[in-house]
Structure formats: structure tokens, C-alpha cells
Design a protein around this ligand. Structure first.
Ligand SMILES: C[S@@+](CC[C@H](N)C(=O)[O-])C[C@H]1O[C@@H](n2cnc3c(N)ncnc32)[C@H](O)[C@@H]1O
Length: 199
């Protein structure tokens, strides 16, 4: 089947990425969550999360991985993308998405986490190794934050180049909490998978 940059099916995108960039499977997933990426594809060898949810996942922060330098060929990173998540700091998040995926309060906290993880991935990856980086743009404080473009720039500053960019469309989203008044921005119905290669 032709591998395309757009799909509504996450599995189709992940299988395509695997076929193109990691035919033997991804080596590490550093924000494993409940492992929903791997329902129908090979699981990674190293499974890390700051808050392990399933058996076999090792507690580790994506900014301080237990692997030796320049030893991995591929890393999957699917960090939280939401801001204004109090739970991120104070443990009182109310949104379903926030509770499931966690998040940040301010956008600069997201930026710090993403940049420090790119730095750590640069350390553990071999030359030409790849990161499969899932991200989503957001509106924060009435301002559009084009996270996928920011992440590409932060990755380039760190010594990665962009090999491919996949867009995952969503057919539905959970309702926004307590939305009142007139809508000011379009609701975001897509996310990105960036393929970044260490130079
Ligand atoms: C969007 S979810 C991951 C989704 C995962 N791909 C799945 O489908 O279940 C984000 C994950 O990142 C983890 N996380 C948040 N901060 C982290 C950090 N500093 N280091 C490692 N994992 C982190 C969260 O615990 C959560 O499981």
C-alpha cells in the first residue's frame, strides 16, 4: 500500500513510519502511556514513562533516559500537548484529556520539556537515528501556538533535520470544558507525526 502523509487512522500512519524508518520496530518509546500506539504493531524494546500506566514500563523522565550515549536508532516521543493543566503541577486537573495525558500550565513549560527531551534524544541516538515526535498545535491564552513548527525549529537548533511530516486527522474530539460565548478560533482536528533525524 502507498504510504501517504495524511490519514484518519493512527495505525496506518505508524505502520507507514515503521516501514520507512524502523522496519525492525522502534527501539524506545519514552512517553509510553498505555501503549495504544502498539495495539497492532511491534512493541518497542525500551518502554519509559514518567508515570508508568502498564506493566513492563520503566519509570523515567524523557529528559534523563537510562540509556548510554549514541546507542539507539529510533525513539518515539508523544508528550502531553495541553496547557492550562493545573494537574501538571497541583494534582487537581478536571479535564478528561488532561487526566489521561497530563500537561503543562504555561506554554514555556511545554517548550522547556520539548527542548530538553530533544537534547536528551540527541545524546542517546546514534548518528542518523530518528525521533518519531507526535505533537499538536494549540490555542493558549487566546494565542495560536504552532507547536509542530516550533518543534521542527527546536529540533533543527539541536542538530536534527526533518525527514517527513505526517498529519493525523480526527473525526471527533471530546467537548471543550465550560466553553461560553462566541467561538474565537477554529477547533483543531489534527495532530502531527514528525520524523526527525540526528545529523
Ligand atoms: C499523550 S500521552 C502518551 C500517549 C501514548 N503514546 C499512548 O498512546 O498512550 C503523554 C504521556 O507522556 C508521559 N509524560 C509526561 N511527561 C513526561 C516526561 N517528562 N517523561 C516521560 N514521560 C512523560 C505521560 O505520563 C503520558 O503517559
Amino acid at each position: 500500500m502507498l504510504i501517504k502523509t495524511f490519514s484518519f487512522d493512527q495505525l496506518e500512519i505508524l505502520s507507514g513510519i515503521m516501514e520507512l524508518y524502523a522496519p525492525d520496530g522502534f527501539e524506545a518509546d519514552i512517553s509510553y502511556g498505555n501503549g495504544s500506539f502498539y495495539k497492532n504493531v511491534k512493541k518497542p524494546h525500551y518502554k519509559y514513562d514518567i508515570n508508568p500506566q502498564v506493566e513492563g514500563v520503566i519509570e523515567a523522565c524523557s529528559t534523563r533516559l537510562p540509556n548510554l550515549s549514541e546507542t539507539l536508532s529510533s525513539v518515539v516521543f508523544d508528550p502531553p500537548f495541553l496547557t492550562y493543566v493545573r494537574q501538571g503541577r497541583e494534582g487537581n486537573g478536571k479535564m478528561i484529556m488532561a487526566n489521561r495525558f497530563s500537561g503543562y500550565w504555561r506554554y514555556d513549560e511545554l517548550e522547556e520539556h520539548y527542548k530538553n527531551t530533544l537534547k536528551e534524544c540527541h545524546r542517546v541516538l546514534k548518528k542518523k537515528g530518528i525521533i518519531v515526535f507526535k505533537c499538536q498545535d494549540i490555542i493558549h491564552n487566546h494565542k495560536m501556538h504552532c507547536t509542530h513548527a516550533n518543534a521542527i525549529n527546536w529540533a533543527k537548533e539541536r542538530g536534527f533535520s526533518l525527514l517527513d511530516l505526517f498529519v493525523l486527522g480526527a473525526t471527533h474530539r471530546l467537548p471543550s470544558p465550560n466553553r461560553k460565548g462566541k467561538q474565537k478560533h477554529a477547533r483543531i482536528f489534527h495532530s502531527f507525526f514528525l520524523i526527525l533525524q540526528k545529523q
